[in-house]
Design a protein around this ligand. Structure first.
Ligand code: BTN
Length: 318
C-alpha cells in the first residue's frame, strides 16, 4: 500500500469530514509537505480533494479514470490484476503487454490505458481508442498447447459479456469469434496474441476494448454502454467485473477447457444466421449451426455439408 492509497483510505473513512495534514502525516509517519505532494499526485489522477481552511483535506470524489488504485480497491480476484501497469496514454496496451511479458511480467498482470494512440483490432485493423473506453490487456502464461489458445479468446468474450451484465445490467451478445455486440452495433472486441513455439505457449496477451462512455463514431454502427444504459458507467467497475469473471472462467477452463462453450453458444448471435466467412484461402457461405469443441464456427452450406471455419472474418447475411 502506497502513501497515496493510505491517504485515500483515511479520507474515505472520514466520510466528507476534513482531515488535517498533520493527522495524515502522523498516521503515515511523513511530513505535512510530503502529505501535500501525495495529495497533488492524487489530484493529477483525477481525485477531487479540496481544502477546508484551517481544518484539512476533504475527498469530494474518487477518480473516474481506471487508475490502478481504483481498480485494486475492491477487486475480488486472487491472482488476476494484482499487478497493474497503468498508462494515461499508451500506443497499444497489447503492444505494451507483449513487451512487458518478454521482460518477465507475471501471469495475471494487466496493462490498462485511458487512451491509446495506435489501438489495434483483429485482422490488422486499427482500434479507435478515445477517452471513455476500457483499453486493457491481460498477460497469461498458460500451461497449454497453442491450439487451445483459440478457446481462450472465446472465453474472454464470455468474461466480458458477464462482466458488463453484472456491472451495468446491459445485455450484450457475441458475434463469432468475439465481437461484443448490442444488436447490430459493435460495442467492443477482443484481440488475442500469443508468443511461443509450435508445441509450447510462452505467453498470451488478451486485449479487451469496450466503448463505455465514448461519443458514438460518425457513420460507423457502434454504440457505448452509456448509450445503452442511459447513464454514465464506471470504467473501473467494468474492468473489475470483467477481471473477476475471467479469473473464475479461467480456473474452470484449466479443469475442463470446453466447459464454458454452452454458455458461449447462448451469447453467440452468429448461430442460426446465414453467414459468409472469408477464410485465408477460400470463402464459405451458409448457416452457422454450431461451435466446434475447438472454438471453430460450423457452417452448413446449401448442399448440407458442414464446414468448420477456424479464423478470419465473417459477415452476418440475414
Ligand atoms: C477487434 O478487432 O474487435 C478487437 C479489438 C481489440 C481492442 C483492444 S483495446 C485494448 C487492446 N489493445 C489494443 O491495441 N487492442 C486491444
Amino acid at each position: 500500500m502506497t502513501h497515496c492509497d493510505t491517504i485515500i483510505d483515511l479520507l474515505l473513512e472520514a466520510r466528507g469530514e476534513p482531515v488535517s495534514g498533520s493527522t495524515l502525516g502522523r498516521r503515515l509517519g511523513i511530513s505535512r509537505t510530503a502529505v501535500w505532494k501525495n495529495i497533488q499526485t492524487l489530484r493529477s489522477e483525477g481525485y477531487e480533494i479540496t481544502v477546508v481552511k484551517g481544518r484539512g483535506y476533504v475527498l469530494r470524489s474518487v477518480s473516474p479514470s481506471p487508475v490502478s488504485r481504483e481498480v485494486l480497491r475492491g477487486l475480488d480476484t486472487v491472482w488476476l490484476g494484482r499487478d497493474i501497469f497503468y498508462f494515461k496514454q499508451a500506443d497499444s496496451t497489447n503492444r505494451a503487454a507483449k513487451e512487458l511479458a518478454r521482460k518477465g511480467a507475471k501471469h495475471g498482470s494487466i496493462v490498462v490505458a485511458e487512451v491509446q494512440t495506435h489501438g489495434r483490432g483483429r485482422l490488422g485493423r486499427s482500434w479507435e481508442s478515445a477517452p471513455g473506453g476500457v483499453y486493457m490487456s491481460i498477460i497469461l502464461r498458460p500451461d497449454m498447447h497453442p491450439a487451445q489458445v483459440t478457446l481462450l479468446t472465446l472465453l474472454a468474450g464470455v468474461a466480458v459479456i458477464r462482466g458488463i451484465k453484472r456491472a451495468c445490467n446491459v445485455e450484450v451478445g457475441l458475434k463469432w469469434p468475439n465481437d461484443i455486440m448490442v444488436s447490430d452495433c459493435k460495442l467492443g472486441g477482443v484481440l488475442c496474441e500469443m508468443e511461443g513455439e509450435s508445441e509450447h505457449v510462452d505467453f498470451v496477451v488478451i486485449g479487451i476494448g469496450v466503448d463505455v462512455n465514448c461519443e458514438a463514431s460518425v457513420g460507423i454502427p457502434t454504440t457505448s454502454l452509456r448509450a445503452e444504459s442511459g447513464g454514465y458507467v464506471s470504467i473501473t467497475g467494468i474492468i473489475q467485473a470483467v477481471l473477476e469473471e475471467f479469473e473464475m472462467l479461467y480456473t474452470e477452463f484449466q479443469i475442463e477447457p470446453a466447459g464454458f462453450l454452452p454458455e458461449y453458444k447462448k451469447y453467440c448471435l452468429t448461430l442460426g444466421h446465414m453467414v459468409s466467412a472469408q477464410g485465408h484461402r477460400r470463402s464459405v457461405t451458409g448457416r452457422a449451426v454450431d461451435i466446434s469443441p475447438g472454438g471453430g464456427l460450423m457452417v452448413e452450406g446449401k448442399s448440407g455439408r458442414v464446414e468448420e471455419v477456424v479464423s478470419g472474418e465473417i459477415i452476418h447475411l440475414r
